[in-house]
Write a protein that binds this ligand. Structure first.
Ligand SMILES: C[S@@+](CC[C@H](N)C(=O)[O-])C[C@H]1O[C@@H](n2cnc3c(N)ncnc32)[C@H](O)[C@@H]1O
Length: 309
């Protein structure tokens, strides 16, 4: 199968990085390599280090960027960017991009189990070497834990009823496929059409994916630590696809932008807090009409950019 992913807000994100020829850049989420390719086209003699958890994305990039010596591909979690940079002997970088979530080929490959539109075994692992998959969560978590996952990561109103139904159903037989799970979730979709939004299983699948891949845990730290590796004037661009991720990015940036937090009547600063960045996007950038007609998956995307001071 071909690895087709249309990069989201390609110009906005890479222009936002203001790539310096000869600079060192990090693509935290390589995917199909769309953002990486555009960075390379502006990079001159610079260097790009691109991360992905998914070996499939890395293999695709090995072909796409064959013979390209300026890119180093790293099969690792972006939570380890600072350690990997240090191991490479790199201290400061000129820019970094995070394009969170999963790529279209991951969603569109039924056997990866990410999609509620295809019947497939419950999997949802980005990293195929990871031990925990969606089957383990659905069949192994307690009713209480499942309720928490659906409520917290899916903002699912029927979280408790769906979790209760899952636990009742799996007593008869394990829940093995995406469609078995969809059938359970559909039983709790509101009868009132005005209370319905999107596919019935959208929120539960989002929640499971976040739980399986531990997507939110450590995200804030990863973005903060990567930002602090930027040289003065270096930029970070982050694209998110749901409100939980966007809130995390907004809050990290807000915290890093704050200067001394001592009470006004203190004669000297004792907190030591310094403004580390300037947020360049007071409101997040969203995809334009033209992009949305070509790529509906860009609809929920939000781009935030900050510059190291
Ligand atoms: C939305 S896609 C990126 C698409 C890419 N910007 C492009 O232009 O093709 C997100 C990619 O990030 C990877 N990914 C998600 N979380 C990750 C993490 N914590 N560490 C490394 N890679 C991650 C996914 O496997 C996926 O390939």
């Amino acid at each position: 199968m071909e690895f087709n992913h249309i990069p989201v807000m390609l110009s906005e994100a890479v222009e936002g990085l203001s790539v310096k020829p000869g600079g060192v850049y990090v693509d935290a989420t390589l995917g199909g390599g769309g953002h990486s390719a555009k960075i390379l086209s502006e990079l001159g003699e610079g260097r790009l280090i691109a991360f992905d958890l998914d070996e499939w994305a890395l293999n695709n990039a090995r072909e796409r960027f064959a013979g390209e010596e300026r890119i180093t591909l790293v099969n690792d979690n972006f939570k380890r960017i600072p350690e990997v940079l240090t191991d490479m002997g790199i201290d400061k970088i000129d820019g970094a991009i995070f394009d969170l979530g999963i790529s279209s080929p991951q969603i569109d490959t039924p056997e990866r189990g990410f999609s509620y539109m295809h019947d497939a075994p419950l999997d949802m692992r980005m990293d195929l070497n990871a031990t925990k998959n969606a089957y383990d969560v659905v069949n192994g978590y307690s009713e209480e834990a499942l309720t928490g996952v659906f409520r917290e990561y899916g903002e699912e109103k029927a979280a408790y009823r769906i979790a209760e139904d899952i636990v009742r159903t799996r007593k008869v037989k394990p829940i093995e496929s995406t469609f078995e799970l969809v059938k359970i979730v559909e039983r709790h979709y509101p009868a009132n059409p005005r209370k319905r939004s999107g596919h019935p299983a959208k929120r539960v699948f989002q929640a499971l994916r976040i739980e399986v891949n531990d997507e939110l845990d450590g995200l804030s730290e990863a973005i903060e630590k990567t930002t602090l590796r930027l040289k003065p004037g270096g930029r970070i661009a982050v694209i998110t696809f749901h409100s939980l991720e966007d809130r995390i990015v907004k809050n990290v940036f807000k915290e890093l932008e704050k200067d001394c937090t001592c009470p006004k009547n203190f004669p000297v600063c004792v907190c030591g807090k310094r403004k580390e960045i300037e947020v360049l996007t007071k409101k997040p950038i969203t995809a334009g009409e033209e992009e949305l007609t070509k790529n509906p998956r860009a609809a929920s995307a939000k781009l935030r950019i900050a510059e190291r001071v």
